[in-house]
Design a protein around this ligand. Structure first.
Ligand SMILES: Nc1ncnc2c1ncn2[C@@H]1O[C@H](COP(=O)(O)OP(=O)(O)OP(=O)(O)O)[C@@H](O)[C@H]1O
Length: 307
């Protein structure tokens, strides 16, 4: 039995709510088919993580959605517009954080954001005051202390936060983040995660991110979309995907100095019964479902084995 398929089509997103809408997207480089029929949708305010092995086509997909790369075929709508023909106004509503920016080394941080922000002023609306005031933006990405520092002098992590600031200076409705936290230390990573939550809470920003950090995907994403072999092999919340792989949770506890492990489909009644029987003797109680990492490995392996 193949584990994929059941969730490969993903949840039905009503047409009017689709910020991203891709149907049967195909991409061929020369004679190499990289995307062979990708279909998924994202709704407003949703954080989607696009996962997949190296070379699966995640960056290619994102670049097509950003309007930076022409597709071979398929229907693609981003904020209701075909990115291949998206104009300036459309572009002003989309934020992009590339894998690495190498320009602007001589600029000072606040000046650069001020400069880039001016581009968005004509696109300000009553709902979204554009651009973000630079002071607020620096605070949000944690670069207030670096406002007057030259870009070339920033550390790798600070540089990445500046990349994010550049991506959101126009207060985009949709933000693309391609491996946003590569090179971040744990504290910077956590701050970045808080930032993503703030963006979705405050501005209802829709976010599509790629990452190889499954812990990050699990923490951030409302939905996980797995790309492998040129197609979407799974699409659902981390919980839905993990239930697809294993319906059981693992329950661990200690009693009288002894460690116990038990697997159960219904963890709650089991734990209730355990506590009724042994009460305060039960300590170090943990309930763990299959991790996203286990799920991901299993889904990709299963898919590769079935092709
Ligand atoms: N401009 C190009 N010309 C030819 N082949 C390309 C081009 N860009 C990408 N490819 C190939 O397409 C495939 C998908 O690449 P892509 O960068 O989209 O994958 P990815 O999922 O983002 O990978 P990673 O996780 O390593 O970043 C790879 O085999 C890559 O070599």
């Amino acid at each position: 039995m193949t584990l994929t398929g059941a969730l490969a089509t993903g949840p039905e997103v009503p047409a009017g709510e689709r910020v991203i809408d891709i149907h049967d997207l195909r991409m061929r480089y020369g004679t190499k088919d990289v995307l062979t029929g990708v279909t998924f949708a994202a709704r407003r305010g949703e954080v989607l993580a696009l996962l997949g092995p190296n070379g699966a086509g995640k960056t290619t997909t994102i670049e097509i959605l950003e309007g930076f790369r022409m597709r071979s075929s398929g229907d693609v709508r981003v904020l209701g517009v075909d990115p291949a023909s998206g104009g300036e106004r459309w572009r002003s509503r989309v934020g992009v954080v590339l894998q690495s920016w190498r320009d602007h080394g001589k600029w000072r941080v606040a000046e650069l954001l001020e400069h880039l922000g001016r581009y968005y002023r004509p696109y300000s609306t009553p709902e979204a005051d554009r651009p973000w005031p630079v002071g607020d933006l620096l605070e949000v990405v944690g670069l207030t202390a670096q406002a007057g520092v030259r870009v070339s002098r920033l550390s790798g992590g600070q540089r990445r936060r500046l990349d994010v600031a550049i991506g959101i200076v126009g207060r985009p409705e949709l933000l693309f983040l391609d491996e946003p936290t590569v090179g971040f230390d744990p504290a910077a990573r956590r701050e970045f995660h808080d930032l993503v939550h703030r963006l979705t809470d405050v501005d209802d920003t829709t976010i599509l991110l790629t990452t190889h950090d499954l812990d990050e995907a699990e923490k951030l994403a409302d939905r996980i979309v797995i790309l492998s072999g040129g197609r979407i092999i799974a699409d659902g919340s981390a919980d839905e995907l993990s239930r697809l792989v294993s319906r059981e949770s693992e329950i661990r506890w200690t009693r009288d100095g002894q460690r116990f492990v038990h697997s159960a489909e219904q963890a709650t009644p089991f734990v209730r019964e355990l506590l009724v029987q042994y009460g305060d003797d039960v300590t170090e109680l943990e309930v763990r479902r299959t991790s996203l990492e286990d799920t991901y490995m299993r889904l990709v392996r299963d898919f590769e084995g079935s092709t």
